[in-house]
Design a protein around this ligand. Sequence first.
Ligand code: ARG
Ligand code: ZN
Length: 487
Amino acid sequence: MTQRNRTGRHHRTGAAAGGLTAALTALALLAGGCTEATGGVRGTPGAAGLRDPYFPKLGNGGYDVDRYALTLAYDPGTGRLAGTAEITARATQDLSAFNLDLAGLTVDRASVDGAPASVNRAGNELTLRPREEIREGAEFRTTVVYGGVPEPITDADGSEEGWLRTADGVVAVGEPAGSMTWFPGNHHPSDKAVYELRLTVPAGLEGISNGTRTGRRTGADGRVTTEWRTAEPMASYLATVAIGRYETTTAMAKGTAPEATGSPATGAPAPDGGAERPVAARTAALRGEIPEIIARQARRFGPYPFTSAGAIVTVDGTLGYALETQTRPVFPAASFDRTTLVHELAHQWFGNSVSPASWRDLWLNEGFATYAEWLYTEEYEGVPARTHFERALAQEANWAFPPAAPPAAENLFDPPVYQRGAMVLYKLRETVGDRTFDEILRGWPAKYRHASASTDDFTAYAESVAGRDLDQLWDVWLYGEEKPDAP
Ligand code: ARG
Ligand code: ZN
C-alpha cells in the first residue's frame, strides 16, 4: 500500500518564521528537487545507477524490487517481442521519480499503482515520473508495456549477451548486463526478486525459463503459452528464456536430489534432425547425471538452494559460452561436458543463492565454481586439488591481476578471476585445515542464502570460522599483484 499525503509535508515551510530562515528553507527545498506544482513535496528522483565499480549506471537507486511478473510473446519469424512487465517494489526514499534499465525496444505506456506515469528515455535509462510521489517504505506497482526487436549487447570483452536469436528461436543470457535487452528492471545483482513469467511462442516451438513450470496450454491459434515461477530470489542477470524446438523432460530421480524433482527441467535439442541426433543422445546421458552431481555437491556445500533444477542445451552456434542461469543453466552443445556442468551447477550455490554485491566480487562466483571443478575431480576422479593448483600456478595468464581487483570491465571474466579465485580457496584450505575449510564451504552459502555478499563479507566470515586473522593470505592471494616466490 502506498502512503501519501503525509501530515508533516508542510512542516518545514510552516515553521519558518523569520525572512532569512524562510529563504534558506526555500533553497533547501529547491536543492531537494521538489516541484512547484505538487506544493512542497519532499521526494527526490532515485539515482540512475548503483555506482557499481565496473558498470556505474547498472541498477537504480531509491527502491528495491520484490517481484517481477513478465508477460512475453515472441515471434522468431519477425524477431518481435511484445512484453508487459509488472514490477512490485518498495521505495527506500521519498520518490518523485525513479529509473528502470532497458536497452533498445519501445515503451508504449507505463503506470504506477494504476495511474499513468510519464516516461523519459536517455540511452538505457528509463525515467518514470508517477502522478503522485511515492513515500519511503511504500510498496508500489509499476506496469510497463513495451515491445520491439531486441538487440544483443556486445560486452566489454567482446562476447555477446542479451536476447540472442538462434536458428529457430532465442536464448537469453544476461551476465552482466544482457537482461535489460528484454525486460525493464533494476538490473544489478544487489537487488534480487522473485519472478513470474508467462511466455507465448508460435505453434511447434517450446518456451523454457527459470524455476518451476506452473502451466502450459495451447491456444486456439496453436500458440503455446507456458508459465514459470521462480520462488527464490533471483538476480536479473540469471533470468533466461529459451525458445526453440526443444524436447523437455521432467525426470529427476527421487532420493538423490529431492529438491530437483517435479519440474520440467531440461531443454535439449529435438531429436528429429539427422545431424542433431547424436547430440541429443549425448546430452540426454549427461542430463541424467544432474541429480547425482547436485546430490554430491549438496554433501559439500549444504542443501541445494532451489526447488527445481535442470539444464538447457542449445545446438546452433549462437551461444558462445555456458551460463549458470538460475535453476536451469544454459549450454552450447559443444560445451555441455561434465566439467562445465559441475561448474554451472556449483554456481547455483555460489553466485545464484549467494550473489555478488557488486561486479568486483565476481571471483566469489567464478573462484568457487572453478574450485568446485577441482573438488569434483579430487573426490570422484582421483586428481588431487593440489594438481589443479600447481597447474594454475604455472600459467602466466593467471597472474595478470589479483582476483579481487580486475583492472576493467573487459577483464571481469579473465583467467585470474576463475583460476586465481580458486587458488585463494585452495590456499585457505591449506591454511585453516580441511575441517575448518569444509565448515566455511557449507557455512558461507548458508549464511548468505538468497542474499548478496561482498569480498569483505567473505574474508570476515572465513576469519570468524577460523577464529583468527587471515590478512596475510588475503594480501598475497586475493589482492597481491605479484606471484609469490614460495607458494
Ligand atoms: N558465468 C559464466 C561462467 O559460468 C561466464 C559468463 C561469461 N560472460 C561474459 N560476458 N563474458 O563461467
Ligand atoms: Zn562460472
